[in-house]
Structures are given as C-alpha cells and as structure tokens.
Design a protein around this ligand. Structure first.
Ligand code: IMP
Ligand code: MG
Length: 173
C-alpha cells in the first residue's frame, strides 16, 4: 500500500514559476509542432504550450504505456497514434512527463525520427538522472529529481492522483 508524502515534492507555485522560465527557453526555437505523450504529459503540455503561445504551433498527442498498476516499468512499450500525426519536414518538440529509465523517450525519438521531422528536440517536466538505463537526455528539463516515485500534475499511480495540482512522492503506507 502507498500513500502521499507529508508535503508536496513540488508545489503548484514552484511548477508555475519553472514553467515560465522553461517556456521562455523553448519559445525562441519556434517549433511547428508539439507531440505530447498521453496520459501523463497532458497537464504539463497544456500549461507549457499556453505559455509558449506561438499562434501557429500545432499540438498532437500520441499514447505510450509501459506501466500498468506498478511503480516499475513492465519493459514493453505500447505506442499508439503515430499513424495520425504529420511531422514530415517540421520542427518538432516531443513532450513527456518524466524521464525514468529513459526507454520511453528513447523508443519514441527513434519512431518520430522515422516519420521525417526536419528538426527534433525533447522536453520533460521531470528527470530522474540516477535511474537512466539508456543514453537519453532531454533537451529541456523542468526539474531534476531523486530516485522516487512521484504522482500528481498529470502523473499517476495505477491511474490515480493525476488531477492533483502539486507533485507528491508516493511512500509506503
Ligand atoms: P521510462 O521509459 O522508464 O523513462 O518511463 C517513462 C514513463 O514511465 C513516463 O512517461 C511515466 O509515464 C512513467 N513514470 C516513470 N517514473 C514515474 C513516476 O515517478 N511517477 C509516475 N510515472 C512515472
Ligand atoms: Mg507516461
């Protein structure tokens, strides 16, 4: 059994403030299209994109799932929605919630490169550097965090906690 930590790891206010600076870093690249990974990145994507606020930047969603009801990745990545996005010749920003082992981002960047993007960068809200198992580094990172399982602000445990505005550590009950 798990429960939330006593206090949030990152408060809504801290997230808000970091998103302002992150959007300012990203905006000059003038991306044609954002490709966001459902479901975990939905809140981050919405909040970030409205701060980047470029009239012609498009937003597309794909779905990637590797977890099920566990805090450890099952290792097999299911990706859907790639057939519905058109990124050929475009400047693309791939957005995910978190880099853990790095396998999801690594697999997705290979798949998106095959779709012929002209330029390609990656962005994650959270990065667990000590957990990386593959050579994958995001171009834009919101926060670097320690090795812990976190929920809220879009991130889930077995589909719970996504709607919480702060980010919490999940601890043993
Ligand atoms: P990776 O493939 O191991 O890098 O895992 C990436 C995916 O696992 C992310 O897109 C998340 O959906 C999920 N994930 C990894 N760590 C956490 C966490 O601490 N909380 C919630 N989801 C996580
Ligand atoms: Mg995810």
């Amino acid at each position: 059994m798990y429960k939330l930590s006593e206090v949030p790891l990152l408060s809504a206010k801290q997230i808000d403030e970091r998103l302002e600076t992150l959007a300012a870093e990203i905006k000059p690249y003038d991306f044609d299209c954002v490709v966001s990974v459902l479901t975990g990145a939905f809140t981050f994507t919405a909040d970030l994109c409205r701060r980047i606020a470029t009239p012609k930047m498009r937003v597309a969603f794909i779905r990637a799932a590797s977890y099920g009801a566990s805090t450890e990745s099952s290792g097999t990545l299911k990706v859907s929605g790639l057939d519905k996005i058109d990124i050929r010749g475009k400047k693309v920003l791939l957005i995910d919630d978190i880099l853990d082992s790095g396998r999801t981002m690594f697999e997705l960047t290979k798949k998106l490169a095959d779709l012929g993007a002209k330029e390609f960068k990656t962005c994650v809200l959270l990065n667990k550097e000590s957990r990386h198992e593959v050579d994958m580094h995001a171009n834009f990172v919101g926060f670097n965090i320690e090795n812990q399982f976190v929920v809220g602000y879009g991130l889930d445990y077995a589909d719970d906690y996504r709607t919480l505005p702060d980010i919490w550590t999940l601890v043993e009950a």
